[in-house]
Design a protein around this ligand. Structure first.
Ligand code: 13P
Ligand code: SF4
Length: 301
């Protein structure tokens, strides 16, 4: 453990803080976290946290979700400018317009969105819960925002319902092409291809498995196979190399780096704990509206 990691651990105990980290964070941050998980797991851990301070090592929508689900806690985001390009593609007005155009449809919102957008929706989902949540809705028609790719994947798994999509996407996953999959398969013919549902449907169709970051990790852990091509952000490859070293993993494309996720440095975690800075503060009305959508998501599981 480095001296900066030791300082963070000491301060975490002194301040009674809970440190949560997403799998896309760098390994030095994952190592000092109390829990590392996918978006769903981080939301659930934040909701049940008893500590007065939660440090969310990830991007803004994750820290906002933590605050909304457990509003009496102080939630700190170590890199204040760590956003999500997909979340920034949609506004609350876009949701209002879609709802007005399709008044009979339920509005389902990927958790990669702002609190203001969540407040205009009926229910949130993560990549690990989206199919189950779409099936659980009574409505026959579903407006799915903002990710067109996750939306298309959910629609393919829930053919009995009709979907209306928004045109958002994750630039990191959306840029991967079937050609990248072909090249990776040619380089590693024995490897299985595991991809995140934020990739486009033509890439998903070439995969052996589609799942959230946590589901991809579980798949590698439990598979009898030894070689895998990983189609999501590079943090997962780092995690697998460290925690399941007996398996061989290859990143599907070297382009799969989320610069927002990588904005958090270990020094930022220490600084925000030392100085109590970058606290999440949201308008009351947004908090209330978004709580309904997020709480409904967590209770479906
Ligand atoms: P997971 O919920 O699968 O961890 O995904 C979060 C994310 O932002 C993927 O780009
Ligand atoms: Fe957002 Fe994409 Fe980064 Fe995930 S990988 S946080 S969806 S920009």
């Amino acid at each position: 453990m480095t001296s900066i990691q030791e300082k963070i651990i000491a301060l975490k105990h002194k301040k009674n803080a809970l440190i949560l980290a997403h799998f896309y964070q760098t390994m030095d941050i994952q190592e000092i976290a109390d829990h590392v998980g996918d978006s769903f797991e981080l939301a659930r851990r934040a909701q049940t946290a008893t500590q007065p301070v939660i440090v969310l090592c990830g991007v803004r929508f994750m820290a906002e979700s933590a605050k909304i689900l457990n509003p009496t806690k102080t939630v700190l985001l170590p890199a204040a400018d760590a956003g999500c390009a997909m979340a920034d593609m949609i506004t609350p007005e876009d949701v209002k317009r879609l709802r007005a155009e399709h008044p009979d449809a339920a509005v389902m919102c990927y958790v990669n969105s702002s609190a203001g957008v969540k407040a205009e929706c009926d229910i949130c989902c993560t990549s690990s819960s989206a199919v189950q949540i779409a099936k659980s809705l009574q409505e026959q028609r579903i407006i799915f925002v903002p990710d067109q790719n996750l939306g298309a994947y959910v629609a393919s798994q829930v053919p009995e319902k009709e979907f209306i999509f928004f045109h958002g996407f994750c630039p990191i996953h959306h840029q991967v092409k079937p050609r990248d999959v072909m090249e990776a398969k040619n380089a590693h013919p024995e490897a299985l291809v595991l991809v995140h549902p934020e990739c486009t449907i033509d890439v998903l169709e070439m995969a052996d498995f589609v799942g959230s970051t946590a589901a991809i990790l579980d798949y590698v852990q439990n598979s009898p196979k030894n070689e895998f091509i990983i189609g999501t952000e590079m943090g997962i490859v780092e995690r697998i190399k460290q925690t399941i070293p007996q398996k061989s993993v290859y990143l599907l494309s070297t382009k799969m780096v989320c610069y927002d996720m990588k904005k958090t440095r270990i020094e930022d975690v220490l600084k925000c704990l030392e100085q109590d800075i970058h606290e999440i503060d949201l308008p009351e009305a947004e908090m209330k509206g978004a709580y309904k959508s997020l709480e409904r998501m967590v209770s479906v599981r």
